[in-house]
Design a protein around this ligand. Structure first.
Ligand SMILES: [Fe+2]
Ligand SMILES: [Fe+2]
Length: 294
């Protein structure tokens, strides 16, 4: 696989800096490299979910005899996700081999302790069914990303588009099986479990999967190391990144009704998710809690 580095790897609207006033003043070469670095993280996120969360949740479900009706579908889901993360990893290795000599994660930083905690929670799917929602939402996002990249394929690197096409073919069935599992593991739970899980869901998404913080700033630092003439922009970028939770175009690009329409419909019917939807739409996410390294 030879990656064409003269092309954007993902649509510009999938990258955070695009939503700041800084972006339009950048030269093409700066935008191109920023895009390509973001695409590596974009793939790492798929790898993270599909090689950890999806696998652990699937294993937990396969241990439940009462969910035996789902086991064939869950095994298919599990083996497809195991195949997918390797496609994304192969793209990253071919694009930037030096970053991925030891681990599939270069920009995502997960310590062994954090990973152990994450896996311990995802394994206990009876107590923490929020992870089914996280998977359900990620499945929808994956479909949106794949469809958008296919639509924009003329402007994008062809290997990146072709992996997304392959991904789309498999992913379409995944939401159905997760949806059936939610019927048992969410809708039949009591109010307390659902409320606590919805709060934890909201915290995880807002803390780790909304603003460009840890991994987003690692990308900026890599990019600025490659274009030292832009180093003076770092503090401005930090400033703009902190404000992105109030930028409705940016928030919608990640969790808008166009991106996750089914998740939105379902959350609107579930009172326990009202605070999460409010935080997304009323941008009342507490900025004081945002921590950035400088
Ligand atoms: Fe997948
Ligand atoms: Fe999937």
């Amino acid at each position: 696989m030879i990656i064409d580095k003269t092309k954007f790897f993902i649509p510009e609207k999938f990258t955070p800096l695009y939503y700041t006033p800084i972006y339009e003043h950048l030269e093409c070469k700066h935008k191109l490299r920023y895009n390509q670095l973001n695409a590596l993280l974009f793939n790492e996120q798929f790898i993270f979910f599909e090689s950890t969360t999806c696998q652990t949740v699937a294993n937990a479900i396969l241990k439940k005899p009462e969910l035996e009706w789902s086991h064939d579908d869950v095994k298919t889901f599990q083996s497809e996700e195991e195949t997918h993360w390797k496609w994304f990893h192969a793209l990253n290795v071919n694009a930037e081999s030096t970053f991925y000599k030891e681990s599939p994660f270069h920009f995502i930083e997960v310590s062994p302790k954090q990973l152990k905690t994450w896996n311990a929670l995802t394994r206990r799917i009876d107590y923490f069914p929020l992870f089914l929602w996280i998977i359900y939402m990620q499945e929808e996002r994956a479909l949106y990303y794949a469809n958008t990249m296919i639509q924009d394929s003329q402007d994008l690197e062809p290997n990146y588009v072709s992996v997304q096409k392959k991904h789309l073919d498999d992913e379409e069935s995944h939401s159905d099986i997760i949806s059936k599992l939610l019927e048992i593991l969410w809708y039949k739970k009591n109010k307390l479990i659902r409320t606590v899980n919805a709060k934890l869901f909201s915290w995880i998404i807002l803390e780790f999967f909304l603003l460009p913080k840890r991994s987003g700033m690692k990308i900026i630092d890599q990019w600025l190391a490659e274009f030292t003439e832009l180093k003076y922009l770092r503090s401005d970028i930090l400033c703009h990144f902190k404000k992105l939770s109030a930028n409705m175009d940016f928030v919608a690009s990640l969790y808008g009704k166009d991106v996750i329409p089914n998740t939105w419909d379902r959350f609107c019917q579930l009172p326990e998710f009202k605070p999460f939807l409010n935080k997304l739409t009323e941008h009342d996410y507490e900025l004081s809690k945002v921590s950035y390294s400088s």
